[in-house]
Design a protein around this ligand. Structure first.
Ligand SMILES: Cc1ncc(COP(=O)(O)O)c(C=O)c1O
Length: 278
């Protein structure tokens, strides 16, 4: 099945899709993005993903003419055209093409890009878990915006790999943990599910929100509050959450083992009810 792309109004084979070298997304990371997946061929959490996309666009004052209904039908068309058993749709909107200058142009035409691929199989990491290292959180102060400026995430992920681990979790100087390089983090402490609160230090993950709902529906107490590295190291269980990988158990942090257990699995099973019943 060929991978496809959509660039400013046209579907075409991925390898033929191009944008200008003067695109501000390329020059300045002046762009935001979203990643939507399907379950049973249908996009999951589309309302929430689009609401977050509109929040990101508004936060960087990127003016556009996109609307919710139009985006929904484009995404559904992309999924149909791709024809994959399960699909991953990547959407990126930049502030368009302009002569390279940091000033926002008086007028611009946003560049809207989608890529449509088969959803990668993440069952292995979900079943086997991953190891993580902690790294200083040297990102900017608006991690709630889904910006394409991800160099600190790239470098933190590389640090993890060079240390023989699978991923990195960002930690502040005072020991506060925020999130992983492309996922939110949860711990289980004495039967309670804990995750860092929404705010500028984390991306408000769509999976994160659904997991909190799932835990509460299963009668597991859940709270959004500051978590420290020490608490992570002493957690009964810990996991990461994201659209593509769903729920991934953390086996160790900085070489120190963490328990793997039944509560994370129960939460994951409750979470899967959200799309298996849809
Ligand atoms: C930094 C970061 N945090 C959290 C997430 C998880 O968000 P979601 O569950 O919406 O995929 C992502 C996903 O890409 C991310 O990049």
């Amino acid at each position: 099945m060929p991978e496809i792309a959509y660039v400013n109004g046209k579907f075409l084979p991925l390898e033929q899709a191009t944008v200008s070298v003067e695109d501000r997304g390329y020059q300045f990371a002046d762009a935001v993005y979203e990643v939507v997946r399907t379950y049973r061929g249908r996009p999951f959490g589309l309302d929430e993903h689009l609401a977050r996309l509109f929040r990101s666009l508004a936060a960087i004052q990127l003016e556009h003419h996109l609307d919710d209904g139009q985006l929904k039908s484009l995404i559904n068309e992309a999924i149909q055209r791709g024809g994959f058993p399960e699909t991953l749709v990547y959407i990126q909107i930049s502030r368009g093409v302009a002569k390279r200058h940091r000033g926002v142009p008086d007028s611009y035409e946003p560049v809207f890009v989608m890529t449509v691929r088969e959803l990668p199989d993440t069952r292995h990491i979900r079943e086997h878990g991953i190891t993580i290292v902690t790294v200083p959180d040297n990102r900017w102060g608006r991690c709630d915006i889904k910006s394409v400026g991800l160099l600190p995430n790239v470098l933190a992920y590389q640090t993890a790999h060079q240390a023989g681990a699978n991923d990195a979790v960002f930690v502040e100087a005072d020991g506060t943990i925020n999130e992983a390089t492309a996922a939110n983090i949860f711990i289980i402490h004495r039967g309670r599910l804990l995750t860092p609160p929404e705010g500028p230090k984390i991306l408000s993950g769509i999976t994160r929100g659904n997991i909190l709902d799932a835990a509460r529906a299963a009668g597991i107490p859940a709270a959004e509050r500051r978590i420290t590295r020490t608490e992570l190291l002493c957690a009964d269980e810990a996991f990461l959450s994201s659209t593509t990988a769903e729920v991934v158990p953390i086996l160790s942090v900085d070489g120190q083992k963490i328990g793997t257990g039944s509560l994370s699995l129960r939460i994951y099973e409750q979470f899967t009810k959200k799309f298996s019943s849809a």
